[in-house]
Write a protein that binds this ligand. Structure first.
Ligand code: KG4
Ligand code: ZN
Length: 347
């Protein structure tokens, strides 16, 4: 089964072709980063307009580069939520129209399920069940995964998402947008130990998280340094280092609790923040100590992309699921509401 995947939930237009027998055939990404950079964050209306401009040419280019005719498609998978409603509607409209014209099924994919299943695009795939740490710009969740569509939320952030905390730290330190990679790169030059930041909510039982207090702590530390006449690059780097370490250790402590609670020893990390090297290093350390396994998507599939949507949609289409043309894009959508499917994962 050959599936066209369309991702347009935020500031990236992603198009991919996934074949359930042959694997990933094509993957194209257009990022709007430059468009939004001057505003210091995503401007939803500009995002929607840019998706409209880019979607159709990107689909045609992806098919042409792969030497595949649109008539060879067996189904279309598009991101139906969660995300920015205007941006979601552009992909949804294009996907549904194309499916209608070609008379093939279409399925609305949950963006976070796409992220969660992205490690399945790698040669070294995790087996079910596992614990998944899903960390993106809008979500921070720890989930028990027993199969596709079998998700139990064990803990989540009560306020800011981890990615949001990275982005706000970058904004505070004037490191530009998107913030995560910039904070992380500057942290490499930071001296560890000059600042010690709190590990939020680790002294309380449970798997829920909170990053807004850490954000305030970071802000106060920076404002104090500035007031003392020290706004040097080194101080910024030292703050980035302390902030990143605090996020990485907090997430690792919560993942350890989830593994212990569920009696599992396999962890999957996905979503934009899973590209972070300190988080990967801390989780690898934990899993080495536990003699367990950790799985991540390749770096380009950590952040938003069409391949993860094509993959997740293909699994559901293969299992006979699809949506009729009335299926609406939805900015809010719980992962736990997704129907389960029984699948045999293809190599
Ligand atoms: O999954 P994603 O591409 O979009 C959403 O679904 O939100 O995640 C984007 C988030 C942003 O907050 C970005 O700053 C963060 O992922 N991010 C990182 C890194 N790369 C991306 N955060 C920390 N370290 C990174 N290397
Ligand atoms: Zn995402």
């Amino acid at each position: 089964m050959l599936v066209l995947g369309i991702e347009s939930s935020c500031d990236e237009t992603g198009i991919a072709l996934y074949d359930t027998d042959k694997g990933l055939i094509a993957d194209t990404l257009y990022t709007q980063v430059e468009l939004h950079a001057q505003y210091g964050g995503v401007v939803p209306e500009l995002a929607s307009r840019d998706h409209i401009r880019k979607l159709t040419p990107l689909i045609l280019q992806t098919l042409e580069d792969a030497h595949i005719s649109k008539d060879a498609l067996d189904g279309i998978a598009y991101t139906a939520g969660p995300g920015l409603i205007g941006a979601l509607l552009t992909g949804t409209s294009v996907a549904r129209s194309l499916a209608y014209a070609l008379d093939i099924p279409a399925i609305g994919v949950h963006h976070m399920e796409g992220h969660l299943l992205a490690p399945m695009l790698e040669d070294n795939k995790p087996e079910f069940p596992f614990i998944c740490l899903l960390v993106s710009g809008g979500h921070t969740m720890i989930i028990r995964v027993d199969g596709i569509g079998q998700y139990k939320l064990l803990g989540e952030t009560l306020d800011d998402a981890a990615g949001e905390a990275f982005d706000k730290t970058a904004k505070l330190l004037e490191l530009g947008y998107p913030g995560g990679p910039n904070v992380s790169n500057l942290a490499l030059k930071g001296e560890s130990g000059r600042y010690i930041f709190p590990r939020p909510m680790v002294d309380r039982p449970g798997i829920d998280m909170s990053f807004s207090g850490l954000k305030t702590f970071t802000r106060n530390t920076w404002l104090k340094a500035v007031a003392e006449g020290d706004s040097s690059e080194q101080t910024k780097a030292d703050i980035c280092r302390a902030f990143e370490l605090s996020v990485a250790e907090t997430l690792t402590i919560k993942c350890k609790r989830a593994l212990e609670q569920e009696g599992l020893n396999r962890i999957v990390v996905a979503g934009g923040v899973s590209a972070n090297r300190e988080i990967r290093a801390k989780l690898d350390q934990l899993m080495k100590k536990r003699r367990g396994e950790s799985f991540y998507p390749r770096l380009e599939f950590c952040t938003d992309n069409g391949a993860m949507i094509a993959y997740a949609g293909a699994q559901r289409l293969l299992a006979g699921q699809c949506n009729d043309l009335n299926f609406a894009a939805t900015p809010r959508w719980s992962l736990e509401d997704l129907p389960p499917i029984k699948v045999t994962l293809k190599e």
